[in-house]
Design a binder for this molecule. Structure first.
Ligand SMILES: C[S@@+](CC[C@H](N)C(=O)[O-])C[C@H]1O[C@@H](n2cnc3c(N)ncnc32)[C@H](O)[C@@H]1O
Length: 245
C-alpha cells in the first residue's frame, strides 16, 4: 500500500526522457472526506473532570446515555439535523456512486449518514450496521430494513457485495486484534472502494489531550501505527484521522 500522500510518476524509467509534468497521480489513500462536517465543540476540561470508571463503563454500552444522555457520556443528544448531507455528497463524488449502487456505513449509529446518502443520490442503495440496539431503534423511520444490528468484526454480508464501504470513528472502539478483523471484513465486503476514519494523534500534546477526552476508544495510536495495522489487514482503501487539537 502507498504511504500517505505518496504519488507515483507517469511510469517513465530513469533512462527515458523525463516527463514535463506527471501524467497521472496514483491513488492517494489519505483523504479528508469529513471536511464539510461542522466541528463539534469539545470541552476537554469538563470531560476530564466528569470521567470515572462508572461513566466510562456506561458510555461503552453505546446505549441511551452515550447518544442522548449528558455530554459526560458521549454525544450529549444526537438528533437528525442534516449535518451529514454535504459529507454524503463529497463521498458520492469521491467514490463515483450512482443510483442502483450499494454503500455500507459500518458503525452507522442512528443512520443519519445512510439517510443523507439516499437524499443526496436518490436510488443509491445505502445500508448501515451498528452494535447499538438503542441507536438503531432511534433511527429515522424510513431506514427500516436498511440498518443491521451487529459487530464490525463479522459483517453479515457476502464478499464484494458493496460498491463502497465506509466506517467513521468506530473501529477504534475495538481492541487491536478485533480492529484488524474488522478492517479485513471491510476489505472483504467492498469491491475495492472504502474509507476508514479513526482516532489518532501526531504529537505528544495531541495524545495528552486525546487521553483526557477519550471515553470509549480501546485502540488508538500514531498514524504510522495505524498504517501498519491497515497493511497487516490487507486494507487497500482510503483513510483519515480524527485528531483533537
Ligand atoms: C463515535 S460513534 C460514530 C458514529 C458515526 N459513524 C459517526 O461518525 O457519527 C461510534 C459508533 O460505533 C458503534 N460501535 C461500537 N462498537 C462497534 C462494533 N463492534 N461494531 C459496530 N459498531 C460499533 C457505536 O454504537 C457508535 O454508534
Amino acid at each position: 500500500m502507498l504511504k500517505p500522500n505518496q504519488a507515483v510518476s507517469a511510469g517513465v524509467s530513469s533512462t527515458d526522457e523525463p516527463a514535463p509534468v506527471a501524467l497521472f497521480r496514483a491513488h492517494m489513500p489519505k483523504i479528508d472526506l469529513l471536511s464539510s462536517l461542522p466541528k463539534s465543540k469539545r470541552d476537554v476540561q469538563a470531560r476530564f473532570s466528569d470521567k470515572s470508571p462508572e461513566v466510562i463503563a456506561l458510555s461503552k454500552q453505546f446505549g441511551k446515555e452515550y447518544f442522548d444522555g449528558s455530554r459526560a457520556y458521549g454525544y450529549g443528544g444526537y438528533r437528525y439535523d442534516g449535518r451529514w448531507l454535504p459529507v454524503a455528497r463529497d463521498m458520492i463524488r469521491h467514490f463515483g456512486l450512482e443510483p442502483g449502487m450499494r454503500v455500507l456505513d459500518v458503525g452507522c449509529a442512528k443512520g443519519f449518514l445512510v439517510k443523507d446518502f439516499m437524499l443526496a443520490c436518490p436510488g443509491l442503495e445505502a445500508f448501515g450496521l451498528d452494535i447499538s440496539e438503542y441507536a438503531l431503534r432511534h433511527s429515522p423511520e424510513e431506514l427500516t430494513g436498511r440498518l443491521h444490528l451487529g459487530s464490525a468484526v463479522s459483517l453479515p454480508f457476502p464478499d464484494s457485495s458493496f460498491d463502497a464501504v465506509i466506517s467513521l470513528n468506530t473501529l477504534h472502539n475495538l481492541e487491536r486484534p478485533d480492529v484488524v478483523r474488522a478492517v479485513r471484513e471491510i476489505e472483504r465486503v467492498s469491491r475495492g472502494k472504502s474509507f476508514i476514519q479513526v482516532d489518532a494523534y501526531e504529537t505528544q500534546a495531541q495524545r495528552a489531550l486525546f487521553l483526557d477526552w477519550v471515553l470509549t476508544a480501546a485502540f488508538h495510536d500514531y498514524p504510522d501505527q495505524w498504517i501498519n495495522l491497515f497493511e497487516e489487514a490487507g486494507y487497500t482503501g482510503d483513510y483519515f484521522w480524527t485528531i483533537l487539537e
